[in-house]
Structures are given as C-alpha cells and as structure tokens.
Design a protein around this ligand. Structure first.
Ligand code: HEM
Length: 423
C-alpha cells in the first residue's frame, strides 16, 4: 500500500526525527502497513520496513537484499549530481556499507579482527585518559552544563583520532573535513559547527573540495604508515592486501572515511542519550548508583533508546517475500532501526528506559553481514566514560528542555542541559 500522506511526509522530514513524531508514524506503520510505500517526488519510490522481525529477516539475507548502489536514502537530484561529478557513480568513494557479496566480505575481513575486544583492550588506557579529561571539564562547570557540548559531541572524535593514529593537533581539521563532507541537515548544528553529521541528506552539502582535501590528508598518512607501520587502524588499512594486491585507491579512501565518520555522531548520540535518560529517570540513576554492575545494561539500553542510526537501505535482487508480504525484485527498502527497537512484539514497554532490560537484543547496530564493525568500540567508549563519571555524580536532573538534531539518517541529542551535584 501507499502510506497515507501525513505519515509518508514524516518519513522524509528531518524535523519529525527531532520532535519525536516519527515514533507515532512508526507505530502506525507497524500495526497497519509494515512494508508500506513512500511515493515522494524527490525520491525513487521505497518501502518502509518497521517491524523488528522484518528488519532482521532482510538484514540476515545479504545475498538477496543488497546495499549498493545507495545504502542511505538519497534524493533523485543528489544521485544525478553525484553521477555528473563522478562520471557515472552514485558515490565518490566506495565504503563497506556500499558493498555486497563477494566484495564486502573480503574488505570487512581486513579489519574485523582489529575491531575485536581483544585488540581494543590495548587502547583502553588511552581512551580512559580522554574520558577523564572530559569528566574533569564537566566537573569544572560547577554543577550545570550542556552535556552535549562539554562531553558527548567531543568524546568520539577524540577516540577516533586515537584509533586511527592521528595527532591530537589535527582534531579541528578532522572535524572540519568530516563536517564539510557530511554537512548536517540541522540548521542550528550547521551554524554552531558541531559534529552531528548526516550523510547525503542534503545534496547542497556534497562538497567535492572537502573530499579532495580529505583524500590528500589520507594519502600522506598512507605513505607514513607504509614506511613505518604501528598498531593503529590506519596502519592496517594502508598495508591491506586483497588477493595479494594493495587495495584500490577509492576503496582505500572509503575505508579511511568510514572509519573516521561511522563512529562519530553515532557514539555522540548514544552517549548524550544515556545522560538525557538518566537525568529524566532518577529511579534508573539510583539503581545504577546502587549497583554499578548495571553499567553494561545502561550502555545497551541507551543505544536502543536513542537508536542513533535511523535507517539503512536495501534493494531486493529477486522476487521474494518478507513476513508473508510479497516483495518484488528491485524494490528499495528502508530498514527503520528506530521502529524495530520500539516494537512491542520484541520489547515489553518499549518506550520506557530500563537499564536492567533483559534480554535487550536491539538492532541499533544493525544485523547480519553488515552488523556494525565498531559495536565493541562504541560500547567500550560509553562504558569507560560512565565508569569515570558516575563516582563523581551524586545526582543529576535536566536543567532545561533537551533537544534532538534534525536528520533522517543519524540523529540524536544536540542539547542536554543538566544540573548535577558532584560527590
Ligand atoms: C553507538 C554507536 C554506533 C551505532 C549505533 C552504530 C550503528 C551502525 C549501524 C546501524 C550499521 C549498519 C549495520 C547494518 O547494515 O546491519 C553500522 C555499520 C558500521 N559501523 Fe557502526 N555504529 C556505532 C559505532 C561505530 C563505531 C565506534 C565505529 C568505528 C569507528 C563504527 C564503524 C562501523 C562500520 C565500519 C560499519 C560498516 C560495516 C559493514 O558494512 O560491514 N560504528 N553501524
């Protein structure tokens, strides 16, 4: 069916993701039209997948449902512009999320062991140093601050710089490059120059000079890491080989770019979401203070509750069916993780925030072959930050209205005003 216009309009309206009205639409769709069509002049027609089971079923079958050529909702105008610029491609670089079998597995396996908990342990101490400095900044505000501005927007970029092995003095440059490349659809964030990014939502922001500057930056890094490799992620990418050959240039750039961007606004969003939810739910904060072993529960519940990545797209390569509904070859499908994670068939009382929710098999990191490569890193960052922060916090409450960013792809808290009593 074609989704009624008021619901279809919300699916493509960044404001609906900021004011929370998208959740009413998700609920309506799960009940009434779980694979409904959006027919909007700006986009090729696509179907909106809203049930938990269906999101999993599609994600699991990556031979049948492909990511390429557009893994994120892209307007017709944007696709056209990109094809003009690149001479036929829908994207200037090719990264893991755009790849399908058999290529995807080969590229993913290059770094998958680097991202495992065993290797990440080597970085724990340095991540903790970053977390401590940010906690000190927060405590220095004396009891009231915007947690997003002081902590959650800054933390993930510093960690990414660390894992890629980039010098801290390049922080401003990296922030600028990633922002220019993936300009935010949120007017306030654009003006403030914060880090909430939104890939391809806005074709006006696709800036080729930023891509060129980023490529020059990573060219230099590649030469350095080939000459003297270290234990960082850039060394793995620079020296990677597939079938005995170095990886082609655009794919290598795609690898650097996804490593520099995928864990940035996502982890900012879930970290800000955790603080927002704790400030709003004093009972959960008290539970956590009484039993710090609930910290991993806080991390996953904050990731579920915020669900920073709102969608990825898939394309059916054959006629099939999903949850008993026919799907035709070439149907374009939007996997709505935010809806799946509030599906009451999978999560009792899905809108409430419960740090002891068990089980909590959310799909905020996706599912199947493309399951977030940085899931352990994202969780580790959040755990370390709250391990450092909680002992210093006696109480916390909201000091004003928090706000979410306006974006269809990745969105999360852009303002989290809190008042806290230090311990
Ligand atoms: C809370 C934080 C994060 C969330 C919510 C998140 C979410 C996601 C989602 C939904 C996907 C797509 C999964 C799918 O299609 O099934 C993904 C893929 C990916 N993420 Fe994350 N992510 C987070 C943190 C990170 C971090 C810290 C990194 C590393 C720097 C990272 C790197 C990646 C990469 C490389 C992929 C592509 C994997 C592939 O296509 O094979 N992510 N992430």
């Amino acid at each position: 069916m074609t989704i009624p216009s008021q619901h279809a309009a919300r699916i493509v309206d960044p404001k609906a993701y900021a004011d929370g009205s998208i959740y009413e639409t998700y609920k309506w769709l799960r009940r009434n039209d779980p694979l409904g069509w959006v027919r909007d002049a700006a986009y090729d027609p696509f179907r909106v997948v809203t049930r938990y089971q269906d999101v999993q079923e599609i994600s699991r079958q990556n031979q049948l449902f492909h990511n390429g050529p557009n893994a994120v909702l892209t307007s017709i105008a944007s696709k056209k512009k990109m094809q003009e610029i690149t001479g036929g491609n829908s994207s200037p670089i090719k990264s893991l999320v755009d790849m399908d079998p058999p290529q995807h597995e080969k590229y993913r396996s290059l770094t998958s062991s680097w991202f495992q908990p065993g290797n990440l342990r080597n970085f724990e101490g340095s991540i903790r140093t970053i977390a401590r400095a940010l906690v000190a900044d927060m405590l220095a505000t004396g009891g009231e601050c915007d947690f997003a501005k002081v902590v959650s927007f800054r933390y993930p970029l510093l960690v990414i710089m660390l894992i890629l092995g980039l010098p801290p003095e390049d922080e401003a440059l990296m922030l600028k490059l990633t922002q220019e490349m993936f300009g935010s659809t949120d007017p306030e964030l654009n003006a403030r120059g914060n880090s909430t990014l939104s890939i391809k939502d806005d074709d006006a922001k696709l800036d080729l000079s930023a891509i060129t500057a980023m490529m020059q930056y990573f060219d230099k890094l590649t030469a350095e890491r080939r000459a003297s490799p270290t234990s960082d992620l850039a060394s793995v990418i620079a020296n990677a080989r597939i079938d005995g050959e170095p990886i082609p240039y655009l794919e290598m750039m795609g690898y650097y770019v996804i490593s520099a961007t995928a864990g940035h606004d996502t982890t900012s969003a879930s970290t800000g979401g955790a603080m927002w939810a704790l400030a709003e739910n004093p009972g959960e904060f008290a539970k956590l203070k009484a039993d710090p072993s609930l910290l991993s529960g806080l991390v996953d519940e904050a990731i579920r509750w915020t669900t920073p990545v709102k969608h990825f797209m898939r394309r059916a390569v054959e006629d099939t069916e999903v949850g008993g509904i026919p799907v035709a070859r070439d149907d374009w499908l939007m996997l709505c993780y935010g809806s799946a994670n509030r599906d009451d068939d999978a999560f009792p009382d899905p809108d409430s925030f419960r740090i002891d929710r068990k089980p909590n098999r959310h799909v905020a990191f996706g599912y199947g072959a493309h399951l977030c490569l940085g899931q352990y890193l994202g969780r580790l960052e959040m755990r370390i930050l709250f391990e450092e922060l909680l002992p210093h916090l006696k109480s916390v409450e909201l000091a004003g209205p928090p706000a979410m960013s306006e974006a269809l792809f990745v969105n999360g808290p852009k303002r989290v005003p809190i008042r806290f009593t230090p311990n």
